[in-house]
Each structure stands twice: as structure tokens, then as C-alpha cells.
Design a protein around this ligand. Structure first.
Ligand SMILES: [Fe+2]
Length: 362
């Protein structure tokens, strides 16, 4: 079959912009990275922004302390104006907390001074390679519709994409057939969610984490736990087809969010029936007023009922571009108030008990 995609092995040498006001760290970073990267440097924020406007930069290493503004402010600017550029924060040991705050604002990682050369190179290469993969996937989501077309085009498109993605990464055959292990489709799913919007991947990852904690407490079988973890990660899959840029705003709106479509895409990708059910039914409600089918009580399968709670909990507590997130305690109270209406009452109790045991988030 002729592939409709143009994914190719990522052989382009990435470009890094090293932003640091001190000459010695700039020289050290340049020395370590120059074999694998084209190197650009800047000693202040203004120069850095000018360089980003005039060059195609894959990765920025950004010192937290700059003469003309803070590194975290510059990070926010870069993430707003050059969304696709990856940023790694560089910091002295004492300001680790600030560096971690930067992760919430879109930094891909942080490095501690003094540098450990092999760690620095590994993080930089890993981040740049991910950026190159997302660059390849982005046109599929903006110009091609076959991944969410009706069958059989949808299945053919996913087969071709999985083949191309496998070849691009040289990772051997991707197949969802081996249910004893975590699905090898996870890297592709994660990349597609992040290509659309990093908030969509972060939302899926956190929902998967909360659902998995709950599954442990319920002593679900390993097979169920694996289906749940993957289903939770991929539950909003249809949103990769959205033309809207604020995809997470669409999550709670049945006019703009189609679990049906997500389920069809999941099936075409080769996900198991249990995982597809989670995608299809995570907006059903215990009282039968949910969508797409209005299923009542335990007619919605257990795994989808868990994800239904976990995804609302994450909506309430996650950092968003607009609005102030609730604390875990406040969110737990809101979830409890919806036991018996939106959510399975017995599951709500287990979920809230599990979340109460988590360390304070902020
Ligand atoms: Fe959703």
C-alpha cells in the first residue's frame, strides 16, 4: 500500500540556542552540544527573541537568571510566540523549585549547574528528537483528515501512519496485539496528543495516573489496570482532529467533543475493545443524562466509570491558561457532591479516599 504520509527518519541536525549571560556556561554548553547540534548563542532575553525570529530553532537552553528579565518570563514568551520550540531550563542547585515551576509553563526539562556532560547531552538530544518527531506529525493533523475519515479510509490511514512512525523511529514493529505488555502504541499516541496540544497530553497522563491509583485500591486485574491506564491516556483522542486551538475547552461540550469518533479512531489504530470502551463511554453519567448513549448506572463499564471521575477531577485541579485551579480538597468535595448523579457512588468514595492520600499539590 502506498503510504499517504511523508514521515521519514529524522536525520536533520537540530539547532540549539544557548541563552546565558555568563560566557563560561555558554562555552561549556557549546562544547558539549556542538557535535550533535547547530549552535546559536545569546547573552540576554532580547537577543534570544531576535534570534528565534530569524532562525529555525529546535531547542533553547535557558538560564533562569538573565540581565534584562527572568528566564521564566522569557520561557512564557517563547511558549506563546514560538510554540513549537522546546525549552530546557538551566539553573543553579538552589533554585530547583523555580525550575520545576517552569515545567508547568511548558519547559521540557531542567539542567542543574554545574553540568553533568552526559546527562546534559542525553536530555538535549531526547528533547530535540521529540521536537523533530512532532514536526513530522504536525502536518498530518493540520492538512490530512484521513485519520478521522469514515471506514475503511480511517483504518488504512492508521496502518500507514503506524508503519511510517515505526520506520521513522527505527523501533521495530508497533502492534497492539501483545496485551501482556504496555501497548507499544503509547509513544505514537503520546506524540500525537502533544503535537495537537501539550495540555492534551498532560491531561491524559494525569487522568491515567489518577485512574491507576484508583485501580490499585480496587485490586483490579493487571489486564484491567493496563486497559485503564491506556484508555485514560487516550480518552480524548478525537480532539486531535479539532480545528479549534483551545482543545481542552471542548472536552466538556458534547457539541465539540465526540467520544464516538475517538472510539472509531482507537479501533482503527488497533486498540483493544476494553480501551475503546473507555474512549467511547467516559462522558456517560450514573443518572443516565450523559452522552453519547445516556447509559445508566453500571450499564457503563467499570473502567469508563473510573475515567469519568478522574477526568473531571483533573479538569478541576489542572493549571489552565484561564481560570484558577481548585486545590485537591476543594475538588474532592465537588466530586463527592456529584456522587449518584454524575458518578457511581461507590467508586466516588474509593476515588476520593485515594486522592485524599496524595501529598499536597501546591
Ligand atoms: Fe472527554
Amino acid at each position: 500500500m502506498l503510504s499517504p504520509f511523508v514521515l521519514a527518519p529524522t536525520i536533520r541536525k537540530p539547532t540549539v540556542l544557548i541563552v546565558d549571560d555568563e560566557a563560561a556556561p555558554r562555552a561549556a554548553l557549546s562544547q558539549i552540544l556542538r557535535e550533535d547540534f547547530h549552535i546559536l548563542t545569546a547573552d540576554n532575553a532580547d537577543t534570544a527573541l531576535g534570534t528565534l525570529d530569524n532562525h529555525s530553532v529546535d531547542l533553547v537552553t535557558l538560564d533562569l537568571k538573565l540581565p534584562d528579565r527572568s528566564g521564566s518570563d522569557l520561557l512564557k514568551d517563547i511558549k506563546r510566540t514560538h510554540t513549537e520550540t522546546e525549552v530546557i531550563m538551566v539553573t543553579a542547585y538552589g533554585s530547583l523549585q523555580s525550575a520545576m515551576d517552569c515545567i508547568r509553563h511548558g519547559a521540557a526539562g531542567f539542567l542543574l549547574k554545574p553540568f553533568n556532560a552526559s546527562e546534559l547531552l542525553a536530555i538535549s538530544l531526547q528533547t530535540a528528537q521529540k521536537k523533530l518527531r512532532l514536526d513530522q506529525l504536525r502536518p498530518l493533523l493540520t492538512t490530512s483528515t484521513t485519520l478521522w475519515d469514515p471506514e475503511p479510509a480511517c483504518s488504512n490511514a492508521w496502518k500507514a501512519l503506524i508503519n511510517d512512525y515505526t520506520a521513522m523511529n527505527g523501533t521495530g514493529s508497533l502492534s497492539a496485539a501483545n496485551s501482556d505488555q504496555i501497548s507499544p502504541l503509547v509513544p505514537l499516541i503520546s506524540d500525537l496528543l502533544e503535537t495537537k496540544d501539550r495540555h492534551l497530553l498532560n491531561h491524559g497522563s494525569r487522568v491515567s495516573f489518577y485512574a491507576t491509583l484508583t485501580a490499585h485500591r480496587l485490586s483490579l486485574s493487571i489486564a484491567d489496570q493496563q486497559s485503564l491506564a491506556l484508555g485514560a491516556l487516550v480518552h480524548d483522542l478525537d480532539l486531535i482532529s479539532a480545528s479549534n486551538t483551545h482543545v481542552l475547552d471542548m472536552d466538556s461540550n458534547p457539541q465539540t467533543h465526540s467520544p464516538d469518533l475517538g472510539a472509531r479512531m482507537g479501533r482503527a489504530m488497533g486498540l483493544s475493545a476494553d480501551v475503546v470502551q473507555v474512549i467511547a463511554l467516559h462522558h456517560e453519567r450514573w443518572d443516565g443524562t450523559g452522552y453519547p448513549f445516556g447509559l445508566q448506572e453500571d450499564r457503563t463499564p467499570l473502567l469508563a466509570r473510573i475515567v469519568a471521575i478522574a477526568q473531571v477531577f483533573d479538569d478541576l485541579t489542572a493549571d489552565k491558561p484561564e481560570g484558577i485551579p481548585l486545590s485537591f480538597d476543594e475538588a474532592i468535595q465537588q466530586i463527592e457532591q456529584q456522587a449518584g448523579t454524575a458518578f457511581d457512588p461507590a467508586l466516588t468514595e474509593v476515588f476520593c479516599l485515594t486522592m485524599r492520600e496524595q501529598p499536597p499539590q501546591r
